[in-house]
Design a protein around this ligand. Sequence first.
Ligand code: PGA
Length: 243
Amino acid sequence: MRVIITDSYDQLGKQAAQLISDSINEKPKLVLGLATGSTPLGTYKSLIELHQKQQVSFKQVRTFNLDEYLGLGPDHPSSYHYYMYNNLFNQIDINPDNVRIPKGLSEDLDTECADYEKEIKGVGGIDLQILGIGVNGHIGFNEPQTPFGSRTRVVDLAQETIEANARFFDNRADVPRQAISMGIRSIMHARRIVLLANGASKAWAIERSLQGPVTEDVPASVLQLHPDVTVVLDREAAASLTL
Ligand code: PGA
């Protein structure tokens, strides 16, 4: 694992965006796994800036998002579909046909989850997977105790995730209790993984994931078993690491 500790959230975003942009310039048809939440917002802002400066084009890039809330359609402002278009896709030259986000309103969830896995496989697998991390160490919506062999499926959100994500909804009661999430195994199949974390609330999860035992109690600890992981942190998120 390569760990990069940056001075600020702004720097974290710039470094992560540069890394993504370099990968796209190396392989214009990159298959990119994307995350949502607060953490990657700075990265997406920096990617948009790089695109505006004509330093990167997304014309041939394909994307797969990690997860989506069950029951929220693409037009719901708290859906991850809406988030991705609002915070990135509308401001870059990506082809919407190359964008895949789990369908939170699908009426046949088993087929949707199986198709998702097949589509990733069909384009040769994910080249670069961006991840955030939950305060409990979750990646995607793979909460503690998720089997490492899990694939894309419907999951229940942990109570701490519901609390943490309530800020994106008008009322806490509006936070969906379930989501579609890529599994741990689906994530681990990516050729390269970049994990991002900022802020003191992530220090515990980062320390357990990078320097604790590999255990399903802390889902991100599985990343210790992956051959190509880069972790980009700010000082607060790195505060509990023994360096
Ligand atoms: P956050 O969420 O970026 O909003 O902190 C990260 C996550 O839950 O994976």
